[in-house]
Design a protein around this ligand. Structure first.
Ligand SMILES: Cc1ncc(COP(=O)(O)O)c(C=O)c1O
Length: 473
């Protein structure tokens, strides 16, 4: 019988060759052709066969699938809040898959549990939350969900056992916050309609005085203000809500204050940019995704709380068939959202080992440097309009008089780049995210040249949107 750990295993022996093929193809073809989704299954032979294929045949299919998959680490991908890769983290991710531990017990995962805790402690210390609590989750949305469940249970006594009592329990978040806040409010029984969108200033930051006014209004109506979710690095504008004044208002009214730093939490890695998150140490909980700006492969997200015991208090269950050995401290499964859980820690740990604090700081500063370069190129170009002064790595702009959405589509169709658009203050704008520090200023200049090139082939259009489309609700 062949063991997968056996070095002579034929599929494992092909790994290096396949990786080299993939990396070369990313250089040769940074934007893959868009395949017709109704035909792709037939073209690539994706259907599951009744009888199994040989390793060679299966590898051939894998090769086809890999070469048809959008490239996220090349010079053509600017579409998302992730992009590029830390090679050492990818190596660790592969090792994690080979090791295949489930992170619920020390018995099953051993040292991996300890290094996961080291990362939580490290990130907590950067957030000024040492001695608190935290967990890895399958993404920023899920980190927000975990924090919102804790917030609801802490602020509406008895909910975990008895469910929500009558009345409306209100969530406040900025008009620019991520959609997971509304989605989660629906999931956890608070109700999507009970999410209040607090107005923002002209750079997209929540206005704390508006927050307080809305809380007072709800109190007068007999509603129950319950939690406020500040965002560090909003999805489209990259804005940082002023955490300190928001905490002051929130705590004055006995609300739970969560900071969604899924995108911008990485500011804590840099002395220059961590002031954007001043006050996070006073918040009750924090979401921080390492798979966004820290270059670690998807998924790698943590939720941290300032006070200890929160995950146990709100997520614990016992299972004699599972938690049989070791103290609970070493059995994260007693307090995680999932049962079986993949190892998302090893890759971040390896990347942080390799880069150290200083390397990560440099990496982050470089992302900001690229954004500043891109911002300058946009601002000085008479054909382009900068939408607002960027605070982070998102640079939003329009090709004056040309449709932002169609420019992005055409760039993709012509295989020049993947770039997204969003709505800012009632206008469709192109959103550039300078998240890949391996890119050069020259790559960004070329992208901008291509944006202008495809815009010339499009008719004039106004990017103003009507009211129904003006928000992402
Ligand atoms: C501010 C913010 N919060 C949360 C999320 C959700 O993160 P994830 O994609 O890891 O679920 C995002 C994703 O873009 C985001 O921008």
């Amino acid at each position: 019988m062949l063991h997968t750990s056996d070095a002579s295993c034929p599929s494992m022996a092909r790994l290096d060759e396949l990786v080299q093929m993939l990396l070369q193809s990313e250089v040769d073809n940074p934007v893959r052709p868009m395949l017709d989704p109704s035909k792709v299954a037939d073209e690539l032979g994706l259907a599951i066969p009744a009888g199994g294929l040989s390793i060679e045949e299966t590898i051939d299919k894998l090769r086809g699938v890999v070469l048809a998959t959008p490239v996220t680490s090349g010079t053509g991908f600017y579409n998302q809040l992730f992009g590029g890769r830390e090679p050492i983290a990818v190596l660790a991710e592969m090792l994690g898959a080979i090791l295949n531990n489930s992170m619920y017990t020390y018995k099953a995962a051993g040292v991996q549990v300890v290094l996961e805790q080291i990362l939580l402690d490290k990130m907590a210390s950067l957030a000024g939350m040492t001695g608190g609590d935290g967990l890895f989750t399958p993404g920023g949305s899920m980190s927000n969900l975990a924090a919102m469940i804790i917030a609801r249970n802490e602020k509406v006594a008895g909910t975990r056992e008895e469910g929500l009592p009558g009345g409306r329990y209100i969530v406040y978040t900025s008009a620019e916050s991520h959609y997971s806040v509304r989605k989660n409010a629906g999931l956890i029984g608070l109700g999507r309609e009970n999410v209040r969108k607090v107005p923002v200033d002209n750079t997209g930051r929540m206005l704390p005085e508006e927050l307080e006014r809305m809380i007072n209004e709800d109190n007068q109506r007999g509603n129950h203000p319950t939690m406020v979710i500040a965002t560090s690095g909003t999805t489209v504008m990259g804005a940082f809500d002023p955490i300190k004044p928001i905490v002051e208002v929130g705590h004055r009214h006995d609300l739970w204050v969560h900071v969604d730093g899924a995108f911008g939490g990485s500011a804590l890695l840099s002395k220059e940019f961590s002031p954007l998150m001043d006050g996070v140490e006073l918040a009750d909980s924090l979401t921080w995704d390492a798979h966004k700006m820290m270059g670690v492969p998807l998924i790698c997200s943590v939720m941290l709380t300032r006070e200890p015991g929160m995950t146990t208090n709100h997520f614990d269950e016992s299972a004699t068939y599972l938690f049989q050995q070791d103290e609970d401290r070493l059995n994260p499964g007693t307090r995680s959202l999932q049962c079986g859980r993949r190892n998302d820690a090893l890759k971040l740990w390896a990347a942080w080992q390799h880069l150290g604090d200083t390397g990560y700081e440099k990496r982050l500063n470089r992302q900001l440097e690229l954004a500043a370069h891109f911002r300058d190129r946009v601002a000085e170009d008479p054909e382009l309009t900068l939408s607002f002064e960027p605070e982070w790595i998102n640079v939003c702009f329009e090709v004056t008089g040309k449709p932002s959405d169609r420019i992005c589509d055409l760039l993709d169709k012509r295989r020049l780049a993947k770039l997204g658009w969003g709505i800012v203050f009632g206008r469709r704008v192109i959103r550039m995210v300078c998240v890949n520090p391996a890119l050069t200023e020259g790559d960004l200049d070329e992208l901008l040249a291509n944006v202008k090139l495809v815009a010339r082939d499009l008719p004039e259009a106004d990017n103003a949107v009507d009211n129904r489309q003006a928000s992402d609700d």
